[in-house]
Design a protein around this ligand. Sequence first.
Ligand code: GCV
Length: 699
Amino acid sequence: MRILLLLTLSIFSFATFADDGYRLWLKYDKVKNETKRKAYAARLANIEVKLEQDPTLVVILEELKMASQGMLGITPKVSKTLAATLYGVTLEISTIADKKPEAYEIKTINKHSVIQANTTQGLLYGTFAFIQLLQQEESITSLDIKSSPKIQLRMLNHWDNNNGTIERGYAGMSMWKWYELPERIDPRYIAYARSNASIGINGTVLNNVNASARFITSEYLGKVKALADVYRPYHIKVYMSVNFASPKIIGGLKTADPLDPEVRAWWKQKADEIYELIPDFGGFLVKANSEGEPGPMDYGRTHVDGANMLAEAMAPHHGLVIWRAFVYNADPNGDRFAAAYNEFKPFDGKFMSNVIIQVKNGPIDFQVREPISPLFGAMQKTPVSMEFQLTQEYLGWATHWVYEAPMFEENLQTDTYATGKGNTVADVIMGKTFNYPITSMVGVANTGSDRNWTGHPMAQANWFALGKLAWNPNNTSKQIAEEWVKLTFNTDAESQKTIVNLMLNSREIYVNYTNPLGLHHVMGESHHFGPEPWVSKAPRPDWTALYYHKADASGIGFDRTNTGSKTLQQYQPELRKLYENVDTCPLEYLLWFHHVAWDKKLSSGRTVWDEMVSRYYEGVKSVEKMQAEWAKVKGKVDEETFENVEARLKTQLKEALWWRDASVLYFQKFSQMPVAAPYQKPTRTFEEVKKLVDVYHVH
Ligand code: GCV
């Protein structure tokens, strides 16, 4: 009897709760409010289709059917005409005011909700937007929505390898099962396409920028074609990272010199082969002469020679070359901050028109807080695109809850002063400042084979945010969080507010207990997890921590002003001014730009040392507060998700304490100052904390 009762209970709880996260923000659970459910059902009972049959229409109708069945318990009747007197949803291709192919309008005409667009791609986005209104239980009785993307290429970059591993991936293995392709199409590929299309993502780079040349062999291209065929109806174009030395590695040539005629011919033939199989192939992504990857400089050539050679091969097919600016030299006395600008600024205007330069948000490498890369606003004649990192390489992998949109927003809303005040990074990458012919925003994906895609359930929000910011870089992190929470958690308003607040504070909390005051690159060497501010030896000087924090008896921080590396000069004077003066530099960026004495008094009234200590300790306390806040939504969100996040928060607290103790005890060796009340000196010794990296098995 007891067993039966337990079984019944568990089946019951499975029916109402138990969400493994697979459905992401496309849950389509029953609309709770009965009046609304009935009103929506009245509309969706009839769908009128005023357009020609096409593969995208098939997926649109399938999506509307899934949404209606899940949310409303009905299956729509699809017809070509619908009486004006009936309620319904009309899908229509017609010329709308915004001529962009991806634009859409959602209106209420008579009793119909009308979704109109110039193309089926626009209709696809309009349909998802409409469904999302229902998911959020918005009124649909008098809609007048007009929308179109502000950025052309809205992409994920996967750092997936052909053996199934993912570089910097923390959510399982690669979702692409290369050994099963092209014969078997895993259902996850379709779920992936739907999720991306629902947030406007229209491109995916399938493989790691540290690229195996194997991906562009004929064997693999057949597999890539199979994926491209799956993604096509969802208007997601496939791109590949290419290894610059491919002509040598798989082509049997003696060189990969971009000026060698045989090499040029090889790439042309490769491009032809690809487009024969995949006519809408997006293009190549290239990491060249960076971190040991091959490139044109191996032959005394330049980035321009390399990129233009590939661009020439791709041009007849309207393919793109996305060339990364993530380059830096191993100079112990140099400043890695300066490298990308120094290498690329002189080439402004020299690239072919189908080349775009992909720049990481900051000058170093996806640190917890970076000032903007000086290349934003500096390249006037060559389009520059934004590369954000969704996977939490430096943000605590999958055990720390970090909603990244506030960090992205911080960079996007920074004024570059490129042509005077009012040219934010968002303006630059939207092409407003210099009229770029190609615009792009990219997220290095945080997805993998984990059932919930992203490992940490809350990290799904980062993928969602990338889509929403690429659609409109001026969307705010708050709006996006509110929307994601509504779509993801079918819960009450109070709980939604609690979760949104947790999200919005999460990134700054992480900054506080790991890298306060603008510290950067003090994490574990090579694995990039946990604190290792003591790293002084690495294969390259700019992979150590000492290179960046420069802590000594006199103080801490990297002087990038005119008394130091002078790299601040790469910014426009107005932006430079913001950071240059040690007394007015925002505290968040202080150690990015200044070497300051431990006992220097800051605007907070505390010394540098006391401020650092206070941030480490308050950061840890904030994680405890996060736990308390999360406890409030117990019973209000799905149980499985609740427990998953609850457990990860416990790990996060343990690891936050590790960061705090390691950092305080290490830097104290230089500051020689006490941990002042109300804080207590860590009870562990420095040696004990230093060993923790082995305990956590991150090597
Ligand atoms: C794909 C950082 C990461 C590398 C990554 C590189 C890049 O250095 O640690 O794993 O390589 O960035 O963006 O190319």
